[in-house]
Structure formats: C-alpha cells, structure tokens
Design a protein around this ligand. Structure first.
Ligand SMILES: C[S@@+](CC[C@H](N)C(=O)[O-])C[C@H]1O[C@@H](n2cnc3c(N)ncnc32)[C@H](O)[C@@H]1O
Length: 287
C-alpha cells in the first residue's frame, strides 16, 4: 500500500536513526534529512509536507523516495542525492567535483558585504567550487566585478551553470591553479574558502566529507599549505586598501595571523561563527 506523507516521514526517520547516518549529536538530523529527501522526491518544498500530511505518495514518488533513502543509508550526503543545496538566498546545484556549500561559509559573505568597498569593486573568489561565495556576493552587489576560479574543470562548469540558473552570468568563472591563469590586476577584495584540513585528520573518515573530493578539503600536514600560498601571492593582486578574507578551521587563526603578519598584512582580525569560534581571518596589505 502506498504511504501517506506522514507515514513516509516517520518510516524514513526511523530508518535513518537506526542506521546512524544522520546524527551530528546536536540536531534531529534524521527528521530533517527525511523531510528534505521526501520533499525532493515530490518536487515540492518542505512546507508542503506539513500542509498535506495525509496525502498519499504515488508509485513513482515512492520509488524515487526509496532510492534516495537507500543512498542516504549508505551515507551519501543529502545534497549530492538531491543535487542541490541552499546557500545564502540561492539554490545551488552541487556535484561530487567539489564541496557542498556550508552554512558557516555565509560568514564570508556577510563580512565581505560589510566592508567599505568601492561601488564597482573588483572581487576574486579563490576556490569557488559551486560558485557559492561569488554568486551570493553578485546577487547582493550588482555593480561588483566578480571573478571566481577553481582548479577543477567540473567545478568551473558547475559554477557557470549556477550563474546561468540565477541570471548572474556577469560573474566570470575561470579554471586556474590559484593565481596561475589570473591576468595581473588589482582586486579590492579577495575571498577564499580554501582546502584547510590536515591530510590525516580523522574527521575525513566520518559522515558527509567521506564523499567529498580531497581536492576541496585537505592541504598538507597542518592544513595550511594552500593558505600559505594564497597569502604569499594575494599581496601582489590586492589594490591599496584591498582586503583578503579567509575561511579556516577553528584552531587555525593564530598560525594564519602569523602568516599574514609575515607577508606584511595589517589590520588583521578574526570573525567568529555562531558557536563563538574564530572561523574567518582578514587583513589588508600595506602598500
Ligand atoms: C573548501 S572548497 C570551497 C568551495 C566553495 N568556495 C564553497 O565555499 O563552497 C575549496 C575549493 O578550492 C578548490 N581548489 C583546491 N586547490 C585549488 C587550487 N590549487 N587552485 C584553485 N582552486 C583550488 C577546490 O577544487 C574546491 O572547489
């Protein structure tokens, strides 16, 4: 017999709880994941599930939902299963070529928007992935001239697709190994959420990150190889008074302050996530 929405949700929640795949120890993730997967199977928003709990799924919807559930039980991230993730105000397509955008990365967007920049500021997003940061900034600042780059070709294609979906094609996406393909120019703002996890971190063996590419996650034995490179090169691409804004791990702010200081950055400060951890460092280069 075909299940109602309420029955399907309670079945899914029980399945995910008993398989321990949706557990961050803080939230009822089994319930949240069940709702997102069911809503996607019905091609509706989650609110629809609350409005129509007695509605029965049809055969096709049931098949899709069961397929999504079997993927989730194997541990696949919800965003990869349904193909998208909401970030800032945008629904972004995602793929296994790059990181699934995280809510904490919205802090970079908030900080960037709060900086005192020119109306037509030139902005560079290093390691753009799905285009999350570049596109969120473009959606808020129609006059900013924004470039996003990534070394993974599939990520660049994904970012361009997301730009098209949101009619933000004016954002320029290029394939580049950090600055290698960037024409020499001066940016008012360089933002980056680079790989910053230590190569052997045990966190890489747990949960969703097992399915994300190491090219988006790891950066040497202390996780700082890419950040060292980015800081050392950024200073040549920043305009006077230009800012470099970096997302990093919650224990990396001290070494990053040292790296920024060693490369002549000034006005260095940290910004904190909702849990009170320093997750973003920023500074200006002295020119
Ligand atoms: C942590 S992910 C961030 C993705 C996206 N900015 C976000 O916040 O969701 C890091 C990104 O940096 C890219 N990346 C890694 N090494 C790179 C390099 N040498 N040059 C350019 N991009 C690189 C990865 O492919 C990945 O998309």
């Amino acid at each position: 017999m075909l299940l109602t929405i309420a029955q399907a949700l309670s079945w899914a929640r029980e399945q995910l709880s008993s398989h321990n795949v949706s557990d961050d120890g803080l939230h009822d993730c089994a319930a949240i994941d069940s709702k997102i997967l069911l809503a996607a199977s019905l091609q509706r928003e989650v609110i629809y599930l609350h409005t129509w709990p007695e509605k029965r799924l049809d055969k096709l919807q049931t098949e899709i939902f069961k397929h999504y559930m079997s993927q989730r039980i194997l541990g696949h991230p919800v965003a990869y299963i349904i193909g998208f993730r909401d970030f800032w105000t945008l629904r972004l397509n995602v793929s296994a070529a790059t990181l699934i955008p995280r809510p904490e990365t919205e802090l970079i967007v908030e900080i960037s928007l709060s900086l005192d920049l020119a109306k037509c500021a030139k902005v560079l997003d290093l390691g753009t992935g799905s285009g999350a940061i570049a596109l969120a900034l473009a959606s808020e600042k129609p006059n900013w001239l924004i470039t996003g780059l990534d070394k993974i070709a599939e990520a660049v294609i994904l970012a361009k697709d997301n730009a098209t979906i949101h009619k933000l094609e004016r954002v320029n996406f290029i394939q580049s190994d950090w600055f290698s393909a960037v024409e020499h120019q001066q940016f008012n703002l360089i933002v980056t959420n680079p790989p910053y996890i230590e190569d052997n971190n045990r966190y890489l063996l747990q949960g969703d990150v097992r399915f994300e590419p190491s090219s988006a996650l790891t950066s040497g034995s202390d996780g700082l190889d890419d950040i060292r490179l980015i800081v050392s090169q950024s200073k040549h691409y920043l305009a006077a008074d230009g800012w470099l804004v970096i997302e990093h791990g919650y224990q990396q702010s001290d070494p990053i302050r040292d790296i920024l200081t060693a490369h002549g950055f000034i006005q260095i400060r940290n910004e904190y996530d909702l849990n009170g951890f320093p997750r973003v460092s920023l500074g200006k280069v002295e020119k």
